[in-house]
Design a protein around this ligand. Structure first.
Ligand SMILES: [Cu+2]
Length: 160
């Protein structure tokens, strides 16, 4: 409960919604990732440079859209094409089986799985999630606003 209260405090302070894994542990590491210019940039790395994660570890992903465009955040493998031939969503989603708790100012919700976040220009969000043990391998984080994935807005996620 202490963890949830501290997340709620943070969300009130910066006016953002927080998402935490329902059964999750306290975040062991915070990853600050900015979205800008068709790229995801982990603090301390270059744009779209691979992000390395450890299975079993709990991370706080703090996303900030510093762009003038709205963006999406999805985690998966094998993007699909819609009937216009545009890239749209992943076939397999990294967090689809994780129970997620979403909370804001005076409300919360529990969802079976996290597929997609939409982050308006200038906004930020933090999600706390434990990486499952059975998802080791190469994944990708990408944006599927029309044309953004094609423009290069995707970065490798390597889970060891
Ligand atoms: Cu985008």
């Amino acid at each position: 409960m202490k963890r949830l209260l501290s997340i709620l405090g943070l969300s009130l302070m910066v006016g953002m919604v927080a998402i935490a894994q329902e059964s999750g542990a306290q975040a062991e590491q915070t990853l600050n990732i900015s979205l800008n210019n068709f790229s995801f940039t982990l603090e301390g790395q270059g744009p779209n440079e691979a992000i390395k994660l450890e299975a079993g570890k709990t991370y706080a992903f703090h996303f900030k859209n510093t762009d003038k465009l709205d963006h999406e955040i999805l985690w998966g493998q094998s993007f699909m094409l819609n009937d216009k031939g545009q890239r749209e969503d992943y076939e397999t989603n990294l967090f689809e089986a994780i129970e997620i708790k979403v909370e804001g100012d005076g409300w919360d919700a529990i969802s079976p799985g996290l597929i997609e976040l939409e982050l308006k220009a200038g906004k930020e969000i933090e999600i706390v999630v434990s990486i499952p043990e059975d998802v080791k391998g190469e994944w990708e984080m990408g944006c599927f606003v029309t044309g953004h994935h094609e423009a290069g807005m995707h970065t490798p996620i390597v889970i060891d």
